[in-house]
Design a protein around this ligand. Structure first.
Ligand SMILES: Cc1ncc(C[n+]2csc(CCOP(=O)(O)OP(=O)(O)O)c2C)c(N)n1
Length: 373
């Protein structure tokens, strides 16, 4: 099919206007599977892989946080407590699909196959992404809130026009849903029926701002209704449930069903980043309440009870996590050497006059500095 034919097909098949918003509304009950009969039918090999990735992910969060304390990593926005969302997002995608992560989503990037050290490149103060986005089909970790969401819609729509079997999964936090880009992305996704899935990791806070000060909506999932996008609310600490909901949404998008908005209810156990003091805006009792719903502990409890995890399986998962942590320590022992002149490259095909001026100023300063040494 040519691009022209695909465009004509899309134009001839408009998104039917939704007369009745009820089917778009999230169910009153949050989707949960861990410990319920719904989990019994899930492939044990998938459960073991979800568990293995959770254990590796937890270790990654702990090791990266330790490396910030040693000054080896400039900043780390930990996803401890949110590992279930991260792992589920990575494993719900097929190789041809695209992931659009935020700065907090290093774990999902790693769980999709990128070297753990490469996922941290941007967070070491290097302007490079650290991995090849096209090779891995993972957009660069996005620091400005929500600006990657319209990109995800654009990529998904373009793939559909070209007849490529691609779905884009875009991640955002609860704070990101207050940004204009979030609303523009949902609007375009609904109108274009783009094969895109949005996952909101609602961890309760945008740095220090609690959800109640971000939104008066009954839930963040309700935000899909205004754009004709069906939404689901899921227990974000239940890796089986998040994986199941996202896989269904990816499949729906792949088969022409259009976009889905998924709100995962979770909690960030660590501070926003190592530079933040979370005790200034939330109490220890709240953190302890969520600790009781730890996604890694929950999954291990379920698997042991179901006879899917024995001592040997546990040892193997922990050994894989330890060898990854040793790799991180070894590779981050040296500071990266960046050429300051490189920051002017790859911004525009033709550098602007201002960029050229700035490049000359910096080059002169570097020459002067070298002369003083
Ligand atoms: C456009 C924009 N405005 C402000 C910021 C500063 N900022 C960084 S993180 C953050 C809060 C994000 O909260 P949320 O979307 O809930 O994600 P979380 O950090 O909890 O994963 C803000 C306001 C930013 N990065 N980008």
């Amino acid at each position: 099919m040519t691009v022209q034919q695909a465009a004509e097909r899309v134009a001839a098949d408009p998104w039917p206007p939704v007369q009745d918003p009820a089917p778009l509304l999230p169910d009153r009950a949050t989707v949960r599977m861990l410990g319920t009969r719904a989990a019994d039918g899930v492939d044990p090999a998938l459960l073991r892989e979800l568990h293995r990735q959770l254990v590796i992910g937890r270790r990654f969060n702990e090791q990266a946080t330790a490396l910030t304390r040693q000054g080896r990593l400039a900043v780390y926005p930990s996803s401890r407590g949110q590992e279930a969302c991260q792992v589920a997002a990575a494993l719900a995608l097929r190789p041809q699909d695209w992931l659009f992560p935020t700065y907090r989503d290093t774990l999902s990037v790693m769980a999709r196959g990128v070297d753990p050290v490469q996922t941290l490149t941007l967070l070491r103060g290097d302007w490079h992404t650290g991995y090849d986005p096209v090779e891995h089909r993972i957009a660069p970790l996005c620091t400005p809130l929500a600006t990657h969401l319209p990109h995800a819609v654009g990529l998904a729509h373009a793939a559909r026009l070209s007849g490529d079997d691609v779905v884009a999964l875009a991640l955002t936090g609860d704070g990101g849903t207050s940004e204009g880009d979030f609303h523009e992305a949902l609007n375009f996704a609904g109108v274009l029926r783009a094969p895109v899935v949005f996952l909101i990791q609602n961890n309760g806070y945008a740095i220090s701002v609690p959800l109640a000060k971000q939104s008066a909506a009954p839930s963040l999932a309700h935000k899909g209704v205004g754009y004709g996008v069906p939404a689901v609310q899921v227990d974000g600490n239940d890796v089986i449930a998040v994986h199941s909901v996202l896989s269904a949404a990816v499949e729906r998008a792949r088969t022409g069903g259009g976009p889905t908005l998924v709100e995962a209810l979770t909690y960030r156990l660590d501070a926003h980043t190592n530079a933040d003091d979370a005790s200034r805006y939330r109490g220890n009792d709240e953190v302890e309440r969520w600790r009781a719903h730890d996604p890694v502990v929950n999954m291990e409890g379920y698997m042991r009870a179901a006879g899917l995890l024995d001592e040997d399986g546990e040892r193997q998962a922990r050994a894989a996590a330890e060898s990854m942590a040793a790799h991180m320590r070894a590779e981050l022992a040296e500071d990266p050497i960046a050429d300051p002149m490189e920051m002017f490259e790859h911004v525009f095909a033709e550098p602007t006059p201002q960029l050229r001026d700035q490049r000359s100023v910096l080059a002169a300063e570097l020459r002067a500095e070298a002369g003083h040494r």
